[in-house]
Design a protein around this ligand. Sequence first.
Ligand SMILES: C[S@@+](CC[C@H](N)C(=O)[O-])C[C@H]1O[C@@H](n2cnc3c(N)ncnc32)[C@H](O)[C@@H]1O
Length: 254
Amino acid sequence: MQWTTFFESLAKLEPDDEFVSGRPGGLSPELAGQVADDIATKLNLNACDTLLDYGSGTGVITRALATRVSSTTAADMTKAVVNRGIEGGGDIEWVVLGNDNPDLSCSFTKLLSYYNAQSFTTHTEVREHIEVLCKSVAPGGTVMFGDIPDRERSNQWKSGERGREENRTTWMGRLQKRDIDLERNQRDLAAFTDRLKGLGIEAPPEFGKPHPGFDRDIVTRMFRELGGEVTIVTQPIEFPNAHTSVDYVVHFNE
Ligand SMILES: C[S@@+](CC[C@H](N)C(=O)[O-])C[C@H]1O[C@@H](n2cnc3c(N)ncnc32)[C@H](O)[C@@H]1O
């Protein structure tokens, strides 16, 4: 099972929109709103912006961003996902990547790719993705490559019983003080896995396994080589994956 087939099956068979993004805990409108606020701040979105959400899924976050900018395009490589996004409404232009093939180059002042890198295994795949993103941003624009599995944070996160005990007393001890529910991810994952079974959807083998993460220096260099100035921002800690992901906010010169 490939990731695109997985998302296609979810878009066709999963009745609840909250789960179509493949997030084990779902993406409620409230959470989408919180994520959108965070993205709008990091991208410094304003009413003059032209926004591209690349790998938008069904556009739950895109819709919450579209009201803050002048025009919004959502692009996803899975047709069934786009169809579901169109049904969801909003002032958004939709693109099926690989089918529609419009020229997106240098067209957008702000560009988002959020929660897309979980399906990449190599830095080469990340590089190819980054090249596409950088081609689409206008001079002076900003790219946010967000919710990216992070090697540094993943190495600090230990799974399993023994890991949980260690996490409690060492690195995760810091998180515990900030009221993080350490068992939440495991509960969400178990419930989502049951849900998939009920729908007859087989997940890709990597689904639910901890992602080893990408190297911050390598990813930063990739953007730099393409002319971007990179700021790495940690996710707000109460967000899903906050303990294993970071955001890259990348500015390009005029
Ligand atoms: C986990 S969902 C995330 C959707 C949305 N950005 C969000 O945060 O809710 C991943 C989506 O990315 C799309 N996708 C995965 N890899 C992609 C790629 N290389 N280019 C474009 N879309 C991609 C999939 O079709 C799927 O709809």
